[in-house]
Design a protein around this ligand. Structure first.
Ligand code: FES
Length: 263
């Protein structure tokens, strides 16, 4: 037998060994389609053979492909970038595509949709609606008072590299909704803006091109539905899949707003 054939035989044997040793995972998944009249929420159990490096997302795909094509869940990027696959995994909100099944030693994984969002079906929720409302509320665009007299022939304005880095860091939020689902204040008070909204506003507050004053920012977040309503329970910081420094930013905004004088 030539070297190549020996190598291939060994690889096939290794694959078989891995498959034989693989655990069988048990998934308990909430099934509910609010569009179907008379349907009630129920938990359904599925079993999946674990593969090396398997994520919750891969397991869900296997279930949908080979066991139950009606299972609803969202994904786009499979890489923790689009923020679509947020769900509650064994009681903790997180991204399915960034969570390894190996993190669950007993092999039992319970999946629920993120709370606080409109349910589309099963594990799929409408985060877009909430984030659109948030963007409108914080007026998520550069407020340049001279925007009407823009000289399009002018060279692009320069920005201090440290400020650009700071803005870049604040824009890493993928709007997955995990911080809002993990926030007890948001769960109690629907009008509370929440960490993703504060992060967005902080981005404009450090941007020198945005000419809004602290007083104007105060009018958006200077009350209990804004930055003063945060009870510092740290859910946003603990569960953010992008490890964003939510509490530091909230503390920064709170200090800034405490000094802002309302006209
Ligand atoms: S699929 Fe895009 S973040 Fe998980």
């Amino acid at each position: 037998m030539c070297g190549q054939a020996v190598k291939e035989k060994q690889e096939t044997q290794d694959k078989q060994d891995i498959q034989e040793r693989a655990r069988t995972l048990t998934f308990e998944i909430l099934r509910y389609n609010p569009q179907v009249k008379g349907e009630t929420p129920k938990m359904k159990t599925y079993q999946v053979k674990e593969a090396p490096g398997m994520t919750i997302f891969i397991a869900l795909n296997e279930i949908r492909e080979y066991q139950d094509p009606s299972l609803q869940f969202d994904f786009v990027c499979r890489a923790g970038i689009c923020g679509s696959c947020g769900m509650v995994i064994n009681g903790a909100p997180g991204l399915a595509c960034r969570t390894l099944t190996a993190n669950y030693p007993d092999g039992v994984i319970k999946l629920l949709p993120l709370p606080g969002f409109e349910l589309i079906g099963d594990l799929s929720v409408n985060t877009g609606k909430v984030f659109r409302a948030m963007s409108e509320r914080v007026e998520s665009w550069i407020h340049d008072k001279h925007a009407d007299n823009v000289d399009l022939d002018k060279l692009e304005e320069t920005m201090d590299p440290d400020t650009a880095d700071e803005i870049y860091e604040l824009e890493r939020c993928v709007e997955c909704g995990v911080c809002l689902a993990a926030c007890a204040t948001k769960r109690m008070r629907d009008d509370f803006l929440g960490a993703a909204g504060f992060m967005r506003l902080a981005r404009y507050a450090v941007d020198p091109r945005d000419k809004r004053s602290d007083e104007e920012f105060y009018d958006i977040i200077g009350d209990d539905d804004g930055v003063f309503g945060c009870m510092t329970l740290l859910g946003c910081e603990d569960y953010c899949p992008k490890d964003l420094p939510h509490q530091t930013r909230i503390a920064y905004l709170r200090r800034k707003m405490a000094f802002a004088k309302r006209s």
